[in-house]
Design a protein around this ligand. Structure first.
Ligand code: CAA
Length: 387
């Protein structure tokens, strides 16, 4: 091992082939497309086909990491999601099999709205500190879906981010300091019997900004970096305009000059993927690293994680020398470029994904562009395989 630094060694994401343009959605609803492109700062919504779900998205995101490092040293797989497919079995167990991972591995699923991947990251870093030879695979995967014709509809999306955490942080080392904030509120939640969340949209955005201030204040009290010594900021991005508001809020709180260059690269991918809940912050991190036109080596990145309900954390890390050699920029840009736009009717068809509840046999048409797909559901069991 050359580098004894705890943090992110590899970073990969996956997004499915289909999207609906928010221009198409605006036309359908008869509203000005600028409301979406400028008002909420989003351009496209990634949509899974009927044979894709968080398991297939997660397996696709993690595959390039397993191809690169194998699975012998990975003894922990943490699957972070709020789009679970089973109340009992962890979705990561299906992924573990699909990726042919070492059976000598613990697998667990974590949930706290859009926050859980951050809890996974902190726990992985703590575990690696205790056992430096271990590597932890974290996969954040979600499908964000709101009621049709609701104000949240334009903020849907889906995707998965896989991160390898180890004592050989080739991309981003993690500072040990972090700022924490929890409050029991009902801003966005999804009871077990519902497919779509209940959300108090405007209230949720206000609580997000309050949680940013609270977690930032705690980060400062714990000895975190000054605002002026952080070069780039990544925010949880349900829609990119909230990140713009968040950055302005934080600059004002610190009496600092606002510089949107610190956040713009980190929004490029999120604008064309949509909300992917707990994966969104880490998609923004990838977007920052892959879209910056300058070398970010040695620069400090501040990250704000928010999960409704609500838990927030502000933390930071440092971009490592040689990080570009470990990014998957070409692969990711190809995934985003090689996609197909949906008509509004085709979007509606995907939105209404069949959801057999009584054990009846169901086999979706093959449509996934990736290697993995949901082949069938029967007798209450989901079957996944390679395409
Ligand atoms: N051109 C430019 N801008 C326009 C416009 C036009 N023609 N028409 C409207 N706008 C602007 C509005 O002025 C407004 O800007 P400000 O925010 O600066 O006031 C913006 O577009 C949004 O318009 P509305 O205020 O009318 O709001 P909306 O009905 O579109 O709803 C929302 C916005 C409440 C956020 C809704 O999208 C929503 O409920 N989303 C889901 C919940 C969510 O994402 N919450 C975020 C915090 S919770 C969280 O972070 C967890 C998570 O992932 C869900």
């Amino acid at each position: 091992m050359t580098n004894m630094t705890i943090g992110i060694e590899k970073l990969s994401f996956y997004v499915p082939k289909h999207y609906i343009s928010l221009t198409t959605m605006a036309e359908h609803h008869g509203i000005d497309p600028a409301k979406f492109s400028r008002g909420i700062g989003q351009d496209k919504i990634a949509m899974p086909s009927h044979d894709e779900d968080v398991v297939t998205l997660a397996a696709e995101a993690a595959q390039p990491i397993i191809d690169a490092v194998g699975s012998d040293d990975i003894d922990t797989l943490i699957f972070a999601t709020e789009t679970g497919i089973d109340h009992s079995k962890a979705a990561g167990i299906y992924v573990h099999r699909l990726l042919g991972m070492n059976p000598r591995c613990r697998v667990v699923e974590m949930k706290q709205a859009c926050y859980s991947a951050t809890a996974a990251l902190q726990m992985a870093a703590g575990y690696v500190a205790r056992k430096p030879s271990a590597k932890v695979l974290i996969i954040a995967a979600d499908v964000s879906r709101y009621d049709l014709d609701s104000s949240g509809e334009a903020t849907q999306g889906c995707g998965a981010v896989a991160m390898l955490v180890s004592n050989d942080a080739k991309i981003l080392s993690l500072d040990t300091v972090s700022g924490l904030f929890t409050e029991d509120i009902m801003d966005f939640w999804r009871p077990n019997y519902r497919k779509t969340p209940l959300v108090d949209g405007k209230y949720s955005a206000l609580r997000y900004l309050n949680a940013l201030a609270e977690s930032w204040t705690d980060y400062q009290q714990q000895g975190g970096r000054d605002f002026t010594s952080i070069d780039r900021f990544c925010y949880h991005l349900p829609f990119s305009r909230l990140g713009v508001k968040a950055h302005s809020h934080l600059a004002k709180l610190n009496g600092a000059k606002l510089d949107n260059v610190q956040i713009t690269d980190g929004m490029a991918y999120n604008r064309v993927v949509g909300n992917c809940y707990t994966a969104s912050l880490y998609l923004s991190l990838i977007s920052t690293l892959e879209n910056a036109d300058q070398d970010l080596t040695g620069q400090a990145v501040g990250l704000f994680s928010y999960g409704s309900g609500a838990v927030a954390e502000f933390f930071s890390g440092v971009v490592q020398e040689g990080y570009q050699d470990h990014l998957m920029t070409t692969h990711h840009q190809k995934l985003l470029d090689d996609r197909a736009a949906l008509s509004y009717d085709a979007y509606l068809n995907l939105w209404h994904a069949p959801d057999p509840q009584n054990g009846e046999a169901y086999a979706p048409e093959p449509a996934a562009r990736g290697r993995y797909r949901l082949v069938s559901i029967d007798e209450h069991k989901r079957h996944y395989d390679t395409a």
